[in-house]
Design a protein around this ligand. Structure first.
Ligand code: CA
Length: 415
């Protein structure tokens, strides 16, 4: 599928992708958009030109500040919209006049469009589903010979996060302050965190609601998942280690989490489906599943110090995830907890097997004992003020590349 829009080799936004996001179009306000190559496509503009008449979708359906209503129309509806977009931008389709009209009325350079958070997130849940990450944390904080807690291989462990502080890529976040207890002190002290960390995650977006009391099976789970995003679950480790007993993280995690602006649909990810790690021992029947339920998504984290150049600090892959999204969603709803459109579920930090693939500074610097050397001569145990943390993710095979773009956040000094 070749487009008449130029798509540079290595672009995340091929014709096979067609993700959805919310962009502020100059002079038009917030509308539903997609991206092809370096161009943002205003879908409300395409609707105005009549390109969605065939499926009965009107301009108003795309003049929205969030994707929730669009997503609630169902995966089939979004699938039709994607197909029509692909058709419209395929080389050879449409007259010269039509192409000119589209170029003039609906295409914008991506640098000219400010992307907003694509969803009104009602509830945010974060899992803890990478066995390498859970093992590393267990070794560092508990017992190397019993790194995984007894429940870990039986339950996709998770907790309820906070939706209000989820921000979109490009955000600036002040270093959070809170209670920490230094090892050499009897009493806790109040201070800016000295251990600000990222967590390399993806998130899936709920695309279909359930009623209280209903459960979703692993077999049906993908019908309820609209798509995925990159997700940086910022964490303050020193605040976390003092506060987390017995109810888990609180202020160490809820000060900000960062999403990438484009929701990549499960349909676009389909060619990159793969098997996950073997689960031993076997799981309870409600967590059993059939088929390949993981996805081969390359993930990378880079740090850009102040005025310096970006430095890659981790390369991981979503395929390492022990618990897949279907199991997470089946577990989340097995007690009858209802889901709403726009709810967001974080994967949990995605670490791979080798030290270069760890998904947090906590693991990469091994609790600060092995600082990362930066090309500018500085070192990093955690994230410094004025550092920008960049997450990227993409799938690729011989034929196509489908990427997520970036989730970027800059850390400012404490207020
Ligand atoms: Ca997390």
């Amino acid at each position: 599928m070749k487009s008449w829009i130029e798509i540079k080799p290595g672009s995340d936004f091929s014709m096979a992708n067609i993700p959805f996001g919310i962009g502020v179009i100059p002079g038009r306000g917030a509308v539903i958009c997609t991206r092809i190559g370096d161009k943002v496509v205003d879908l409300s503009g395409l609707a105005r030109l009549g390109y969605f008449d065939l499926i009965g979708m009107k301009v108003e359906d795309f003049e929205k500040p969030v994707l929730n209503d669009f997503i609630a129309k169902g995966r089939k509806s979004a699938c039709r919209v994607r197909s029509l977009i692909q058709e419209c931008f395929t080389r050879g389709n449409g007259s010269e006049h039509e192409v000119l009209l589209i170029r003039e009325k609906v295409l914008y350079d991506y640098t000219a469009v400010r992307m907003l958070i694509p969803l009104l997130v009602g509830d945010y849940t974060d899992f803890y589903s990478s066995i390498e990450h859970a093992t590393n944390v267990g070794i560092m904080f508990r017992d190397p010979s019993n790194a995984l807690l007894p429940n870990w291989r039986h339950i996709p462990v998770g907790y309820h996060g906070r939706a209000s502080s989820i921000v979109v890529s490009g955000a600036e976040v002040h270093r959070p302050k809170g209670q920490v207890k230094p090892a050499d002190s009897e009493m806790p002290v109040f201070s800016p965190t000295r251990q600000l960390d990222f967590e390399l995650e993806t998130a899936f977006i709920i695309g279909r609601e359930t009623q209280l009391g209903e459960s979703i099976s692993t077999a049906d789970a993908e019908e309820y998942i609209f798509g995925m995003l990159l997700f940086n679950d910022l964490s303050a480790r020193d605040i976390q280690s003092w506060e987390y007993v017995p109810l888990g993280p609180f202020l160490s995690k809820n000060f900000a989490s960062v999403v990438s602006p484009w929701v990549v649909t499960l349909d676009a990810l389909e060619p990159f489906r793969c098997a996950g790690p073997e689960q031993k021992p076997g799981v309870l029947p409600y967590l059993e599943f059939e088929g390949d339920r993981n996805f081969d998504i390359n993930l990378e984290v880079l740090i850009k110090p102040g005025e310096g150049n970006e430095v890659s600090v981790s390369k991981s892959n979503y395929r390492y995830m022990y618990w897949n999204m279907c199991q997470q969603l089946a577990h989340h709803t097995v007690n009858g907890c209802n889901m709403r459109v726009g709810d967001l579920c974080g994967s949990g930090t995605i670490s791979g097997p080798d030290p270069g693939s760890y998904g947090s500074m906590l693991e990469l610097s091994w609790k600060g004992t092995k600082p990362i050397q930066m090309p500018d001569g500085s070192e990093r145990k955690f994230i410094n003020d004025n550092d920008t943390v960049i997450m990227r993710g993409y799938c690729e095979n011989e034929e196509v590349r489908v990427g997520f773009g970036e989730a970027v956040v800059t850390i400012l000094p404490a207020k």
